[in-house]
Ligand binder design. Structure first.
Ligand code: EPZ
Length: 449
């Protein structure tokens, strides 16, 4: 039985929302606390499911996690870190991908790890081959087991020279969390340098790590023997910010996002301006609004930082359905990230997805069978419909479309959105959205005469 969000669309969203710690940084910083020999304090922590999952996993491994009832700040004490039972780990891993990042810290703190098969949004195959290759380079023994992988470091972990085939965020984090206490120097080429990576490096530096980021995206880490805990305020969530910005544009509203950081959103803000959205930046956040007039189409390619972030693509596509003309979006990070457009087409959007690379960025998916380019024609009238949410970002984009659509939409699967959007229902209510939440009655088996 799940909840059903019934949305009556067509109301401009206006008001203020507060965006806190980044979903794609906070869980990683929590895992890093395992590496310290004193407690760590993490501030600006959002109430999202991914934080709950990692809290349970840390507690399973003997880390004492306490949450300040007022601020939500987390204190994590790894003093009694221990191995957990595989079956318990599996039960708590949920649909998160974070467990894979426990490998290095657990090997350093207790000499071994069991990592359950990972979850995460179904936006591609989501392999972990880079992660396992990197861990072997550090001297780890990796064995596939039922339900996950078992990893140990019988001879300890030593620094390595690693070159990633693709600037993977997760694999870069894997290297950082393993190398900082490994014996000797690690050199990582073709590293990811997203804002969340740089904030994780800031956390590790506070713990005593020595990490250099070179202009050619080579990261050098000098392993140290000991690390202390940290006290850190997480950067805010640029992906949630971009989602609210698109919600303001598509509903012809006006939303102030408290906590938004312009420095993390350069490519997004340029794109928003190019299609006709407006924004005003101040020291505490960013105001996003529709200045009137028609929206303009554009050609867009997603890329690694500082390019246009793949997590911004879904809410932007909803905005492009309202642009006057033909837009093209080439998704170069994930092979299967246009599944959410099916529901938009049922609402009246005009979108064709293609196997060809419709752009100039070298892409890994060009000659394969992936529908990873989209052509969007607008503006189209969106009408309410029934929607079952497929993944986190696509799901929030469905909400944006339903909020702007004419008529009523019934949305199921909204639990997925709690993974990355803190108290999104309260925020929608505060912005004037017209919706109800009901529990979906379980299907009743009817015996025909
Ligand atoms: C992180 O995922 C984010 N998730 C994603 O956000 C984000 O879209 C992505 O980075 C890119 O910025 C978290 O931080 C929890 P990758 P991650 O490793 O680390 C391939 C959201 O909605 N790859 O950079 O899993 C992979 O298939 C989520 O907040 C391998 O082939 O992303 C993909 O094509 C969605 N082998 C590309 O690299 C590997 O071992 C980028 O993946 C690892 C990755």
């Amino acid at each position: 039985m799940g909840s059903v969000l019934t949305i009556r669309g067509g109301i401009p969203l206006t008001g203020k929302v507060s965006v806190r710690g980044a979903k794609n940084l906070v869980p990683k910083a929590m895992v890093a606390s395992l590496l310290g020999n004193t407690p760590s304090v993490l501030r600006n922590v959002p109430e999202i499911k991914d934080v709950d999952v990692v809290t349970s996993l840390l507690q399973l491994h003997g880390v004492e996690v306490t949450k300040d009832p007022v601020t939500g700040d987390l204190t994590m004490d790894p003093l009694n870190a221990k191995m957990a039972q595989s079956k318990d780990i599996d039960a708590h891993a949920g649909d998160s991908r974070i467990p894979i990042l426990f490998c290095g810290p657990l090997m350093h703190s207790i000499g071994e790890a069991f990592i359950p098969d990972l979850g995460g949004c179904k936006i591609g195959d989501r392999p972990i081959d880079y992660h396992l290759e990197v861990l072997r380079n550090f001297g780890a023994v990796v064995e596939k087991r039922t339900g996950g992988i078992s990893i140990s470091a019988p001879k300890g972990l030593h620094g390595a020279k690693v070159a990633l085939p693709y600037p993977s965020v997760g694999a870069t984090e894997q290297v950082l969390l393993t190398a900082i206490r490994a014996e000797g120097i690690t050199e990582l080429s073709n590293a990811a340098v997203e804002p969340e990576i740089m904030d994780l490096i800031a956390v590790l530096q506070k713990m005593g790590a020595i990490i250099t980021v070179q202009t050619d995206r080579v990261i050098r880490i000098e392993g140290v023997k000991e690390l202390t805990g940290y006290n850190h305020k997480a950067i805010s969530d640029r992906n949630e910010t971009a989602s609210w910005a698109c919600a303001a544009l598509v509903t012809k509203g006006d939303i102030y996002v408290e906590g938004a950081r312009q420095v993390d959103l350069t490519a997004f803000l340029n794109t928003l301006r190019k299609i006709g959205g407006a924004f005003d930046v101040d020291d505490d956040g960013i105001r996003f609004y529709h200045p009137g007039g028609a929206l303009s189409p554009l050609v867009l390619e997603t890329d690694v930082h500082p390019g246009f972030m793949t997590d911004w693509q879904q809410p932007l596509v909803v905005a492009l359905t309202q642009a006057a003309g033909v837009s093209i979006v080439h998704e170069t990070v994930y092979e299967n990230r246009f599944g959410f457009t099916d529901a938009l087409m049922r609402m009246g959007a005009s979108i064709q997805v293609h196997r060809e690379c419709l752009g100039s960025i070298p892409c890994r998916f060009g000659q394969m069978n992936f529908l990873h380019s989209a052509v969007i024609s607008g503006p189209t009238e969106l009408r309410g419909t029934d929607i079952d949410i497929p993944d986190l970002r696509g799901g929030f984009s469905h909400l944006i479309a339903a909020l702007a659509a004419d008529g009523v939409s019934r949305v199921t699967g909204i639990e997925l959105i709690n993974r990355g959007y803190e108290r999104f229902q309260d925020k929608l209510e505060g912005l004037g959205a017209d919706f109800d939440i009901t529990e979906d009655a379980p299907a009743v088996a009817v015996t025909l005469p």
